[in-house]
Ligand binder design. Structure first.
Ligand code: GAR
Length: 201
């Protein structure tokens, strides 16, 4: 049995973090959240982590150079020995320095069907393009912006009259049911000694 420690990195509301926490509490996901780190000190997600009695760490990124920040982040995470690092609305790009310490073990969730609409405001981009189907993606993180091997995706229909808010809300509901499944998938692959990217690449 491998350790199933999850480090969660977030920058804001933290609803995906809460959904992962709930999946663990329900017994759907066999894992433990070893720490929650936010680069935004007053992030609502960090306050939630404290409420839940988890290790909640504020590591402000404002004014800190990227490599220096990633070095601090690595130092912060090390004592908690995470098996996986799960980005849950963590609005920063990680450097190779960070990723090399957790090869194939950093996950991200994105509110679009990648490789369509990477970056900020993915739901707005989807509406502006006029796609009829969008959705969400959980993928392994590489040095790009929302690139890296795809683990799971869920499609969401774009409805006539959808606003950015209404589409985002429907996608978010699916995100909450998708992320913990992708985490379970990667933990199972690690347990079996398989490549976390899966058999098809
Ligand atoms: C989520 O919709 C997530 O997919 C998105 O930020 C939101 C965070 O919400 N992430 C990205 O756009 C990454 N490119 P949350 O803080 O409530 O989990």
């Amino acid at each position: 049995m491998i350790p199933r420690n999850l480090a969660i990195l977030l920058s804001g509301r933290g609803s995906n973090f809460v959904a992962i926490h709930e999946a663990i509490r329900r017994g759907d996901l066999e894992a433990r959240i070893c720490c929650v780190v936010s680069n935004v000190p007053d992030a609502a997600g960090l306050a939630k982590a404290r409420e839940f009695g988890l290790n909640a760490v504020s590591l402000p990124s404002k004014g800190v150079e990227r490599i220096e920040y990633d070095r601090l982040l690595l130092e912060t995470l090390r004592p908690y020995s995470p098996s996986l690092v799960c980005l849950a609305g963590f609005m920063r790009i990680l450097s190779p320095l960070f990723l090399e310490e957790y090869p194939g073990r950093v996950l991200n969730i994105h509110p679009a069907l990648l490789p369509s609409f990477p970056g900020l405001h993915a739901q707005r981009q989807a509406l502006q393009y006029g796609v009829k189907i969008s959705g969400c993606t959980v993928h392994l993180v590489d040095e790009g912006v929302d690139t890296g091997p795809i683990l799971l995706q869920r499609a969401v229909q774009v409805l006539d009259g959808d606003t950015e808010e209404s589409l985002s809300a429907r996608i978010l509901k699916e995100e909450h049911d998708l992320y913990w499944r992708a985490i379970a998938l990667v933990l199972d692959r690690l347990e079996k000694g398989e490549d976390t990217r899966g058999p098809r690449r």
